[in-house]
Design a protein around this ligand. Structure first.
Ligand code: ASP
Length: 322
C-alpha cells in the first residue's frame, strides 16, 4: 500500500491572529507522523506521534493549552482505534495526563477494556509506568483569561482571541457587568486534534484527542473518546476522526456514519460531505471530520468557518490549510 496520513487541529472560527501558528503546528505534526510512515513504520506509531505533537502544542485544545472546564481545570479525552481488529482504547476526563493519546494506546494494548475514565484511568496510568503531571501544568495564561470571561459572560469567540485577551480591552471587559443577553453561548470554539493513517502494510488507525468544550460542566465527556462518534476505523471501509459540537456529533454517531457511507460505495469526499450534511440536517450542529478510505485516499469536510487540516501522501507531499 502507499502510505497516507491526514490530521486536523479542530473545526471552529480560528482567530486571524492564530492562523499561522495553527498551520505551523499541523506542519510539525504531519512531519512527525510522516517520518514514521515513509520509513515503513506503523500507522499506529504515526497517528500517535502526530497527535502527541499536537497535544504538546498549546495552540490546540488537546493536552497542554486545552480549554478549562467550569471549575477551571483541564479535563482531557482521547481515543485510538485499530481498523484491522476493531479494538480501540480510550480515556475520558483525565486531569493529570500530559499526553492522553499515549494512555489511550496503552488501554488498547494492555487492558481488556476500551474506555477508562477519571481517577481510575489515572491509576491505570500509574500502574503502567506513566508519570502523572500536576493539573496546573496543563493550563496556560490564554486559557485562564478565556475562562475568566467565558464563565462570567458566556462563551464568545473573541474571548479566545489572544489579540483581545492580551489587550487593555480584556481588563475593561473583566470589570464590566454581564448583560443578560450574553449568558447564552454564541459559539463553541475548538481545537480538538486527530489523525488517520494507513501504512505500507495496509494497517489503518484513527485517533482523536481533546480538552473538550470551554467551560464544560465538570464530568462532561463529549464525542471525542467515544467509539463511532469522535473516531472510527475499519480496514474494510476507512477511518475517521471528528471534531465540532460533541453533543450533536454523538446524536448521529458521526465517525461511524461516515465509515458506513464509505462502505455503501461513496467516494472519500462524498462520504465526508454526506456525514457533515447529516450532522446539520438531523441536529443543526456544526463540525468537521477527516478520513481515509480503504485505499488511503484522504478527504475532509467541515461546516464551521474553518478547520485546521494537514495531508501527507507519497511521494513526499505535505499540505496544510485552515
Ligand atoms: N468535539 C469536541 C467535544 O465536544 C470539541 C471539538 O472538537 O471542538 O468535546
Amino acid at each position: 500500500m502507499t502510505p497516507s496520513l491526514i490530521i486536523h487541529g479542530g473545526a471552529f472560527a480560528v482567530p486571524h491572529s492564530r492562523i499561522e501558528a495553527c498551520k505551523q503546528g499541523c506542519r510539525e505534526a504531519l512531519e512527525a507522523g510522516w517520518k514514521i510512515l515513509s520509513a515503513g513504520g506503523s500507522a499506529l506509531d504515526a497517528v500517535e506521534a502526530a497527535v502527541i505533537s499536537l497535544e504538546e502544542n498549546p495552540e490546540y485544545d488537546a493536552g497542554i493549552g486545552s480549554h478549562l472546564n467550569r471549575d477551571g481545570h483541564v479535563s482531557l479525552d482521547a481515543i485510538v482505534m485499530d481498523g484491522q481488529t476493531l479494538r480501540s482504547g480510550a480515556v475520558a476526563a483525565v486531569e493529570r495526563i500530559r499526553n492522553p493519546i499515549r494512555l489511550a494506546r496503552t488501554v488498547m494494548e494492555a487492558s481488556h477494556h476500551m474506555l477508562l475514565a477519571g481517577t481510575g484511568a489515572e491509576r491505570f496510568a500509574l500502574e503502567h509506568g506513566f508519570a502523572l503531571c500536576r493539573p496546573e501544568d496543563l493550563i496556560i495564561e490564554r486559557e485562564r483569561r478565556a475562562w475568566k470571561l467565558c464563565t462570567r459572560f458566556g462563551h464568545q469567540r473573541q474571548f479566545h482571541d489572544p489579540e483581545f485577551l492580551f489587550s487593555p480591552q480584556y481588563l475593561e471587559k473583566l470589570s464590566s457587568q454581564p448583560d443578560i443577553s450574553e449568558a447564552v453561548p454564541k459559539s463553541r470554539d475548538g481545537g480538538t486534534v486527530g489523525a488517520v493513517a494507513m501504512d505500507r502494510e495496509g494497517r489503518l488507525f484513527a485517533a482523536t484527542s481533546t480538552g473538550g468544550t470551554c467551560s464544560k460542566v465538570p464530568g462532561r465527556v463529549g464525542d471525542s473518546p467515544i467509539i463511532g462518534c469522535g473516531c472510527y476505523a475499519d480496514v474494510e471501509a476507512g477511518g475517521v476522526s471528528s471534531t465540532g459540537w460533541g453533543e450533536a456529533i454523538m446524536k448521529i454517531v458521526m465517525a461511524k456514519s461516515a465509515v458506513d457511507f464509505l462502505r455503501a460505495g461513496r467516494s472519500a469526499q462524498e462520504a465526508a460531505d454526506e456525514a457533515i450534511r447529516l450532522l446539520s440536517a438531523r441536529t443543526g450542529g456544526t463540525g468537521g471530520l477527516i478520513l481515509l478510505d480503504r485505499s488511503g485516499t484522504p478527504a475532509f469536510a467541515f461546516s464551521t468557518p474553518h478547520m485546521v487540516w494537514g495531508i501527507a501522501t507519497a511521494p513526499e507531499y505535505l499540505r496544510v490549510g485552515v
